[in-house]
Every structure is written in C-alpha cells, then in structure tokens.
Design a protein around this ligand. Structure first.
Ligand code: NAI
Length: 335
C-alpha cells in the first residue's frame, strides 16, 4: 500500500464539500490505490456540522480513507498537506457590493496563503474554488512567497465540463466523444468558451454546428450556467462543482490523456498576449504532476475580443485588491 497523502479542504461542511469529500475518499481524485488523510477545515460556527460530515465519511468505511482530522483554523488544518482545496469563501450578503465581497475574501485568502506558506508541504498543490476564484488564487499565491505561484490554480474546469456537456447534447453524442474545448479567462460571465479547437469524433466541432448557435446561444448559456442552475434549483451548483474539482486535480496530478487539452486557471506568463500577473484560464496539458500551457492555438478576431474582455475584468478585480497584496516575487510558470 502507498503512503497516504494529506488533503486539506476548507469550507468542508458546505454544499460542494458534501459532494466532494466522498469522491475523494472513494479514490476518484487521487486514484484507486492512493490512501488519503482528510484535513477538514471550517469556521468555528460550522464545526458541529463538520463533525456530522466526518461521521458520515466514517460510516462509508472507505478502504482508502486513512484518517480524518477536523480544524477550526487554517494554520493547523494546512499542516504538512500535499494538496489544499480552498472551497470555503464568504458569500455575498444583503447590501454587500462586489467590491466589499472582494475585500472580505481578500482577508480570508491572504491568511490562507500565509498559512500554506508556513505550514503546508513544500510541494503542495493548491486549487481555489471559492469565488471570486481567480482573484482569490492571486491573493493566496502572493501571500505565499516561499511557494511557487505555479503551485496555485483556480477552478475553471466546471465551465469546461459545462461547455463539453452542452456541445455533446447539441451534437447528439456523449461527452467522451468531445475533445479540446478551451475556457479562457475568468470564472465569471465574461469567460470565453472557445470551440475553435474542439473536435467531435475527431472532426472539427465548428464544422458540425451553426456559427449563430455557437455565438448567440452556446457562449451566453455557458457563461450564465451558474445562474441558470440557481434559478432552477434554488441552490448553486454543488455536485457538478465537486466533479470539476476532482477532474482538475486528477488531471494535474495524474496527467491528461495524450494530446488532450483541458482548461485550468493559472498565473498568466504572458502567453497569448494576456497580461502577466493575473490568474487566467488557459488551455493546458498535464504530465508528471505539472501543467503546461498549450501554445500556438489560432486566436482569430472574434476570439481576441472575447479574451480581451475577460482579461480586462480580471485586471479590474486585481485593481480592487491591489493595495491589500504584498510585493510580487519572481514567477515560475510550470508545475
Ligand atoms: P456553502 O456556503 O455551502 O459552503 C461554504 C462553506 O465555507 C461554509 O460551510 C462556510 O462555513 C465555509 N467557510 C467560509 N469561510 C471560511 C473560511 N474562512 N475557512 C473555512 N471555511 C469557510 O458554499 P458552496 O456551495 O460549497 O460553495 C463554496 C464556494 O465555491 C463559493 O464561494 C461558491 O461561489 C464557489 N463556487 C465556485 C465554482 C467555480 O467553478 N470556481 C463553482 C461553484 C461554486
């Protein structure tokens, strides 16, 4: 049996985690031969609910679940962790402006970045899900000067999977038959789901769909899918977000299929002309626990306008939290 790996999860009593933790314990994220230690973190008021989640995990008797520890602070909770899934975040309260929300979360993710810097395993891989995910990832990474920014990513795999599911349904195929969708930019309604490189059964997707459907229906629907689900369900996406976290971490740690492109929010290194210093969703391939941006994809005029719109939004978000960020350190772009 392999040595167990330590996986820290914040917001562990929340809705996404209630779907996520059971998948991790069942081996869906790290593989069916990898035992896991779950280090579950919540705010003090949610510790009782967290104990209930831990009881249920125990009651599943997962063969790969080595130990569960519960923490009401990130300094203990991140101790020696190999993976940190930052799911918890402050939701927007009544009367709260977007700027207030960003500032409150900036405090939370600054503390989490510092705690990762001081207490996590030196090779920790971090995935930020809590919104605004891209900017929270920037804040956490800037507060962890002893870790490489390439150890931080944010979740845009849900958008990628949503786009794949919608295209599959439109073409009457399954998601397995679709490859190489790209989500560019922010996990927000400005994101750009790009089908120009996608294939359906190995053939270019754009040759199999109407351009007007792509531009007028598909793109806005992927961009607004979160709201569509909230309107239908009365609650935000939780099971699909959990699946996306599993997929993104699984690809990062265990690799993507040969030749396959997936989307990940990572620190921009200037590829595709995107300004450095923001977390931006790029096309990547993963191998040996590292991701690499796929270079050389053609970006036409339509795509360029979309990339610029989402880039500008991320620069604006960065501007809101800039004064709260510590100095930038030297950057490295693969992990
Ligand atoms: P939820 O409200 O059900 O759970 C969040 C949990 O985080 C709560 O239990 C809360 O007590 C905890 N929490 C808050 N601050 C914390 C802190 N400082 N330390 C530890 N725990 C803390 O929310 P849900 O549905 O689980 O969503 C979590 C986050 O994920 C939200 O910010 C949501 O907007 C975001 N999200 C992001 C997606 C993406 O694709 N990037 C997709 C879906 C949701």
């Amino acid at each position: 049996m392999r040595r167990p790996v330590r996986i820290a999860v914040t917001g562990a009593a929340g809705a996404i985690s209630y779907n996520l933790l059971f998948k991790i314990a069942a081996g869906e994220m790290m593989g069916k031969d990898q035992p896991v230690i779950l280090q579950l973190i919540e705010i003090p008021d949610a510790m009782n609910a967290l104990r209930g989640v831990a009881m249920e995990l125990e009651d599943c008797a997962y063969p790969l679940l080595h130990t569960i520890t519960l923490h009401d602070n990130v300094e203990e909770g991140f101790s020696n962790c190999h993976y940190a899934l930052l799911v918890g975040a402050r939701p927007r309260g009544p009367g709260m402006e977007r700027r207030d929300l960003m500032e409150v979360n900036a405090e939370i993710f600054s503390r989490q970045g510092k705690a990762l810097n001081d207490f996590a395993n030196r090779d920790v891989k971090v995935l930020v899900t809590g919104n605004p995910a891209n900017t929270n990832a920037l804040i956490a990474s800037r507060n962890a000067p002893d870790l490489s920014p390439s150890q931080f990513t944010c979740l845009t795999r849900l958008d990628h999977n949503r786009a794949k599911g919608m295209l599959a349904s439109q073409c009457g195929v399954t998601a397995r038959d679709i490859k190489n969708i790209v989500i560019w930019g922010n996990h927000s309604p400005t994101q750009y789901p790009d089908l120009h490189h996608a294939t359906v059964f190995g053939q270019p997707a754009m040759g199999q769909i109407d351009t007007s459907w792509y531009r007028d229906e598909f793109i806005p629907r992927v961009q607004q899918r979160g709201s569509e689900i909230i309107n239908a369900r009365g609650l935000s996406s939780a099971a699909s977000a959990a699946q996306a976290i599993v997929d993104q971490m699984n690809n990062w740690c265990l690799g993507t299929e040969p030749g396959e492109i997936v989307s990940m929010g990572i620190l921009s290194d200037g590829s595709y002309g995107i300004q450095k210093g923001i977390f931006f969703s790029f096309p990547v391939r993963c191998n040996y626990g590292r991701y690499q941006i796929v270079q050389g994809l053609d970006v036409g005029e339509f795509s360029r306008q979309k990339l610029t719109a989402t880039e500008l939004e991320l620069l604006e978000e960065k501007g809101v939290v800039e004064s709260l960020l510590p100095e930038e350190t030297e950057e490295s772009h693969t992990n």
